[in-house]
Design a protein around this ligand. Structure first.
Ligand code: GLN
Length: 384
């Protein structure tokens, strides 16, 4: 029993692989959640909110304190000027933001251009919304945006680009030239761009996250999505937000009111406190993650995996084709038994064959966990 709109969409690989990790007692380098929580003061604020009457419905658009803090965050980091009453909406994680944006904006048959590999919920919700996905592939080994391929994806029915940068799972951070191409095409074809920027603060080395909305002529056609989950290590709180022009934000709200109606009331003031009073946490997290990135990547290279060092996010992709595997899924299904480690095959995030042998490894885990995983991989037979 399943409605046609959900048919053909497999269960999310993240839940499947985390369940496999629990079942087999494996080190979970699959699903992206940190094993250390975010700032204790933020937790204290949530506990205080629970004890002081913040337990009934919040306004659907979000509590004023959080919307104001989100507006200040966008102004402080990117000089984006937002009216918190009309241009910001709180969502239940960015996943709801993506769902509400697509349900609120996409009409039957509208084409949505996405970067491939795409996050699984994009494909699911484009389909549920009645849209048609048009993938543009980020190809190994460097996973850059192919400008000609993006241009070629534009057709008479293209209405949206669903962008993600820093990009999960490749770790690519789109640079200014790539973003300018996206902007030029969006303006030329009169498109709306939905950008998922949940890894906005998790960038490494000299890479810089540039929100598409800051490019000339783009604010008015860009809906920006983000969340506190990744920036503040509270993935389970599911506090996200949409911001941009009032017409786009109200489309999100129009759909959101029938999905979750409102988001978790006691968590919202706590995240407002995080954004305002713990402003250095995300950059410190990124600096620390960079060390763990290097630990993971050099360790994967040592066990013979061909890994791409990511520019952002907390994931690294490795190609397992040279180990003789038919595809990344069979490698990942064999890995718990062979090594006691779980990783994520990314072939399901592609329409093309380009990701067939790619496997994603998360480094948002404590260094000791990464070391344990690497030790297990080193002791195992990884050839097919
Ligand atoms: N965003 C995280 C990841 O990519 C978790 C995803 C999920 O479980 N839906 O791993």
């Amino acid at each position: 029993m399943l409605a046609r709109r959900l048919q053909g969409i497999p269960p999310t690989i993240f839940s499947e692989m985390s369940a496999l990790a629990v079942r087999t007692g494996s080190v979970n380098l699959g699903q992206g959640f940190p094993d250390v929580d975010g700032p204790p003061t933020v937790i204290t604020r949530a506990v205080e909110a629970l004890g002081s009457g913040h337990n009934q419905y919040a306004p659907g658009i979000g509590v004023p304190a959080l919307r104001e803090a989100i507006a200040r965050h966008q102004a402080r980091h990117y000089r984006i000027d937002l009216d918190p009453d009309r241009q910001v909406c709180v969502t239940t994680g960015c996943t709801e933001g993506v769902a509400a944006a697509l349900l609120g904006l996409v009409d039957e048959g509208d084409e949505v251009v996405v970067l491939e590999p795409y996050y699984d919920s994009y494909a699911a919700m484009i389909q549920v919304a009645g849209g048609v996905r048009r993938p543009v592939t980020l190809r190994s080994p460097d996973f850059r945006l192919d400008v000609d391929e993006l241009r070629a994806a534009m057709g008479p029915r293209t209405r949206f680009i669903l962008l993600n940068s820093p990009h999960n799972p490749t770790g690519t951070v789109l640079d200014r030239d790539e973003l300018q191409t996206v902007a030029d095409l969006a303006i030329e074809h009169n498109l709306v761009v939905i950008t998922d920027e949940v890894y906005e603060h998790l960038v490494f080395d000299a890479h810089e996250h540039v929100p598409l909305a800051t490019l000339p002529g783009m604010f008015e056609r860009t809906l920006t999505l983000s969340s506190a989950g990744k920036s503040y290590s509270f993935t389970g709180w599911k506090v996200g937000w949409a911001s941009g022009p009032a017409e786009l934000v109200s489309a999100v709200l129009a759909a959101k009111q029938w999905l979750t109606f409102t988001s978790g009331a006691p968590l919202q003031p706590a995240i407002a406190h995080a954004l305002d009073d713990e402003p250095d946490f995300p950059a410190e997290l990124a600096a620390d993650l960079q060390k763990r990135r290097d630990l993971l990547c050099s360790g994967l290279a040592d066990v013979g995996l061909d890994v791409r060092v990511p520019e952002g996010t907390y994931f690294a992709l490795a190609d397992v084709s040279h180990l003789g595997w038919e595809d990344g899924l069979s490698f990942c299904l064999a890995l718990p038994e062979r090594a006691g480690v779980v990783a994520i095959p990314t072939q399901g995030f592609h329409d093309t064959d380009a990701g067939r042998h790619l496997v994603r490894w998360a480094f948002c885990k404590e260094a000791s966990v990464i070391e344990d995983g690497l030790r297990r991989l080193g002791d195992a037979r990884l050839r097919a």
